[in-house]
Design a protein around this ligand. Structure first.
Ligand SMILES: *[C@@H]1O[C@H](CO)[C@@H](O)[C@H](O)[C@H]1NC(C)=O
Ligand SMILES: *[C@@H]1O[C@H](CO)[C@@H](O)[C@H](O)[C@H]1NC(C)=O
Ligand SMILES: *[C@@H]1O[C@H](CO)[C@@H](O)[C@H](O)[C@H]1NC(C)=O
Length: 209
């Protein structure tokens, strides 16, 4: 629901560029709400809207496809649980710090997100929802200790709108000792569709779906 509202304000925004900044903030907030229902939210995200005019470089949107294929290329790999629509129980994102910077002249945005993830079973893969947003740098994953985990590759599994991160080593469960931290840089088009990461686990009658 929240996502759809965001989409509405977005279209309005595209039609009337002079209120684009306000819209951008609305979208930012929409994203956060979408992301962090029931979670702590970061104040950074609204500040992101002010950084908009700082990058006047003229990057045509035609650059997107090559980059798309570069960092996290699309893959049909179905060898893991990401082929299911719902996140598995053992991957539990508990906190998102999101920063979005709309580049109004180009109708694009860039941003970064730091996601704290509670891992409760050993795994080499983490995956999260991603929609019409491309990852621009190889994601960085840190253990609860702060030590960086080598990322072997990442890819987009488009059928379920996931970005999947595969690590060199198996990730041990947190067991209540801190959380994994995944940092991703992303970019997308401000063209009328609401974008980004969203969480699809929800609680129904006390059960996490
Ligand atoms: C995410 O973490 C990195 C490094 O720890 C930091 O530079 C960046 O500003 C953070 N981004 C957000 C949105 O919190
Ligand atoms: C992480 O998950 C474990 C087991 O599922 C749980 O006991 C723990 O409270 C969770 N930690 C956080 C910070 O959510
Ligand atoms: C927005 O642009 C992206 C990338 O060019 C495209 O995939 C998507 O379909 C567009 N969405 C709308 C609503 O036009």
């Amino acid at each position: 629901m929240i996502l759809e509202e965001g989409e509405g304000s977005k279209r309005y925004c595209i039609k009337r560029k002079h209120v684009a900044i306000i819209c951008a903030v609305v979208v930012g907030v929409g994203l956060i709400v979408g992301l962090s229902v029931g979670l702590t939210r970061s104040c950074d995200s609204t500040d992101g809207g002010q950084g908009t005019t700082q990058a006047p470089s003229h990057r045509p949107p035609t650059l997107s496809p090559p980059q798309d294929q570069g960092v996290c290329p699309a893959s049909e790999d179905e060898s893991g649980g990401w082929k299911n629509f719902r996140l598995p129980d053992f991957i539990n994102p508990v906190h998102y710090d999101l920063e979005v910077k709309p580049l109004l002249e180009e109708d694009t945005y860039t941003g970064s997100v730091n996601i704290s993830i509670n891992v409760s079973s050993p795994t080499r893969n983490l995956w999260l929802h991603l929609r019409e947003t491309r990852i621009t740098q190889l994601p960085v994953l840190r253990k609860p200790s702060g030590e960086q985990v080598k990322v072997r590759r990442c890819f987009e599994y488009k059928k379920q709108e996931y970005v999947v991160v595969e690590t060199e080593e198996e990730l041990a469960p947190n067991d209540g000792k801190g959380l994994y931290h995944l940092t991703m840089e992303f970019a997308g088009q401000l063209n009328g569709s609401l974008v980004g990461f969203y969480r699809t686990t929800y609680v129904e009658k006390g059960q996490i779906k």
